[in-house]
Write a protein that binds this ligand. Sequence first.
Ligand code: F6P
Length: 323
Amino acid sequence: MQKINTIGVLTSGGDAPGMNAAIRAVVRTGKYYGMKVMGIRKGYEGLIHGDIFEMTARDVSDIMHRGGTVLQTARSKDFKEIEGVRRGISTARYFEIEGIVVIGGDGSFRGARDLCSEGMPAVAIPATIDNDIACTEYTIGFDTAINTAKDAVDKIRDTASSHERCNIIKVMGRASGNIALNVGIATGAEAVLIPEMEVDFERDIVEPINAGHKRDKKHYIIIIAEGVSGCNDLDKRIEEHLGIETRTTILGYIQRGGSPTVMDRVYASQMGSYAVELLKDGVNNRIIGIRDSKIYEIDIFEGLNIPSTFREDLVSLSKILSI
Ligand code: F6P
């Protein structure tokens, strides 16, 4: 087996808390095995344009606890085209990079797959607050994001009780309801609306609120995932239909920032280190993931073909517990 001397690392797509811990693990593990580690700034954009520098073990000191990504990130349009991928690979070769660790979400994984198809070994580490990649039970950043959202909802609940209001809280997640479902259960929301299920105003909102009203509830919390369509003016509809004063809060980018939780730091450290071990051992074109709560790896083409599912068990649980 040919020894790998130089690897590259990049973060791509939406940033996620824990990306820095993954970068740190890649750099330090690479150094441990005597490799040269090249940091690629701004994701695939930096790969195309040669925004690449050598990283030392010291360059990743004091970054583990910080949100965001020290390598910065981007969503590259050019890398969606084959010319962009080829330009990226020739830049990587110019810097003598023989394998790349890609840290990001499913869009970034498609870029990693294209690198592999065009002959550049790559290993992908899942990092997105959405936790929406089918081949892994967990993506770095999810735990921090749901804890941030949980804290915000707990605070909103205080004011909701004081005014006996209904509060709608919109959380992130793109086309996935994972953040909404977990936050909804953790905060005892009356209703959780997710894009994977059609919303029925009467069944999903009026009934649970009426049930709570009968039990003398002092507030009503509705968590809605950003990917849910057809729910504009939900606050007005609730006021008109139920006569309950209603306010809406969009949590937005607060969910993407902040110091990563222990869980995110530990998974990121494990995955970052494992990615380098794989490249060192000549195993590439892989996605690292979590299956049955353990780190595992899967072929990148196979992994990207696994269809998405959602946690129907959590949907039922949230309904049972909100009566
Ligand atoms: O994928 C993470 C995420 O925060 C999604 O939840 C959200 O839909 C999207 O990124 C927002 O992306 P952008 O940073 O491009 O606005």
